[in-house]
Structures are given as structure tokens and as C-alpha cells.
Write a protein that binds this ligand. Structure first.
Ligand SMILES: Nc1nc2c(ncn2[C@@H]2O[C@H](COP(=O)(O)OP(=O)(O)OP(=O)(O)O)[C@@H](O)[C@H]2O)c(=O)[nH]1
Ligand SMILES: [Mg+2]
Length: 219
């Protein structure tokens, strides 16, 4: 007598091909990451949009251990290297205040990501640089993303990214997350920082130095 398994009809070639494609699409989630990237910044600056642009739609969501704070983890491959990207809860400061800030702080200081992408709203840059300084003081490999450059331009704001790169000694990138402008360059810089550090990333552009608008950095 046929078992239940034997009674099931053999899947068609189409279904088997669909299964193969599905496994292939999801494979990156099951590969252990070689490098880890954390996206940090104040609430509502576009962290999740940048996270989505970097990872696509396949993400896992879980509560951070011992908390009710949700942490999104996704992945991407840059030049053959597998990266885990973590979208952290909004934080104003590295000094823990809210539960979200405590989780973000632990993600940074305990997991020690290979790259920390600090996203700021370009319109409120000055106010948000405090966190950049704290991240640098914690000896984290920071890339500063000036997001919402479309809105900054609309109100006539011009940001001297060359001076900012020179002053902070980290890559500074203008991004418009809603259109995807600057994301390809962000991927390149993440890869560079993960492998060679922030200083090399600054200098890697055309061998003359890197900054957001492709101009040379002095020195
Ligand atoms: N105009 C403009 N709007 C943007 C840009 N990036 C993000 N936004 C908008 O800003 C809002 C917040 O974006 P999110 O990606 O949710 O921001 P977040 O930092 O993840 O916010 P929290 O998770 O609450 O901390 C959304 O309405 C986005 O559409 C940008 O480059 N330009
Ligand atoms: Mg978010």
C-alpha cells in the first residue's frame, strides 16, 4: 500500500523550477555574514529607507534579547563579500536614555560592527553632529551620510563636504534615500571602510582623496 508521501503527485517542472528560484533568492539569509554594518542616527532621518535600499526586501525582524525593541537585520553582497546590515532604533546620543537608545548602544559597543553608517538629516546637520563625535570617540568606523539632500537644496542649504571630511577624517556622503541617489557610492564606501578603514576610504577616490562631491581632499 502506498504511503502518504507516495500518494502525493510529483511536482511539475514549473513548480520545481519555482522552488529552485525561491531557494536561490533566499540563500543570502542563510549564509553567515563576513562583515556587519550598523545604520544609526536620530529618529526619522531615513535610516530604514537606506536600510531597504541596501538590502532589498528580505529581512528578519526580532526583538533585541531581553527587550521589546525590534531590530531589523538584512543582508547584501558587495563585491562578493556578504554583509549583514542592521537597522538600529533611533538614538540622539550614545549615552543611553530610552530603551531604544540602550539597544542601539549595545548593538554598537557589544557587536562592534565593521562599519557604522551614521545617517543625519542634512537640514539639521549641526544638531546631529554630536552623535558623530560620540561614535568617533568610541573608536567606531563611521561613515557620515547626509540624507535628505533634496530638502536641504530646496531651502538653499549648501554643505561643504570637503571641509567636513577634512575636519572629521571620515567619509561624508550626500544621499537622497527617496530616489536612491548616492546609494551606489555608499555601498562602495562601506566595502572600502570594512576592508581598509575610514582613512583609506577617504583617500581611495582616484588615488587623490575621497569626498562626497568627488573633489580631491587636501593632504
Ligand atoms: N525628501 C526626503 N524624504 C526622505 C528621505 N529619506 C527619508 N525620507 C522620509 O523620511 C521619513 C522617515 O524615513 P525612515 O526611513 O522611516 O526614517 P527612520 O530614521 O528609519 O525613522 P525611525 O525608525 O522612526 O527612527 C519617511 O517619510 C521617508 O520617506 C530623503 O532623502 N528625502
Ligand atoms: Mg526606522
Amino acid at each position: 500500500m502506498a504511503t502518504d508521501k507516495e500518494k502525493q503527485p510529483c511536482p511539475s517542472l514549473g513548480l520545481r523550477l519555482l522552488g529552485w528560484w525561491h531557494r536561490k533568492r533566499h540563500r543570502p539569509l542563510h549564509v553567515s555574514p563576513q562583515k556587519r554594518v550598523a545604520i544609526v542616527g536620530s529618529p526619522n532621518v531615513g535610516k530604514s529607507l537606506i536600510f531597504n535600499r541596501l538590502t532589498g526586501v528580505y529581512v528578519t525582524v526580532s526583538n533585541y534579547p531581553g527587550t521589546t525593541v525590534e531590530v531589523f537585520r538584512g543582508c547584501t553582497v558587495i563585491e562578493g563579500v556578504h554583509y549583514e546590515i542592521v537597522d538600529t532604533p533611533g538614538m540622539y546620543s550614545l549615552l543611553p536614555g530610552s530603551e531604544e537608545e540602550r539597544v542601539a548602544r549595545r548593538l554598537l559597543l557589544e557587536e562592534r560592527p565593521d562599519v557604522v553608517v551614521h545617517v543625519v538629516d542634512a537640514k539639521n546637520l549641526e544638531r546631529m553632529l554630536l552623535l558623530t563625535i560620540q561614535l568617533l570617540e568610541a573608536d567606531l568606523p563611521v561613515v557620515l551620510v547626509l540624507n535628505m539632500m533634496d530638502e536641504a537644496s530646496k531651502v538653499g542649504l549648501e554643505i561643504d563636504t570637503v571641509s567636513l571630511t577634512e575636519a572629521l577624517k571620515i567619509p561624508v556622503l550626500p544621499v537622497v534615500a527617496v530616489t536612491g541617489q548616492g546609494i551606489a557610492e555608499l555601498r562602495r564606501v562601506i566595502h572600502e571602510v570594512a576592508h581598509h578603514g575610514t582613512f583609506a576610504a577617504i583617500r581611495s577616490k582616484s588615488g587623490r582623496g575621497y569626498c562626497a562631491d568627488n573633489a580631491a581632499v587636501a593632504g
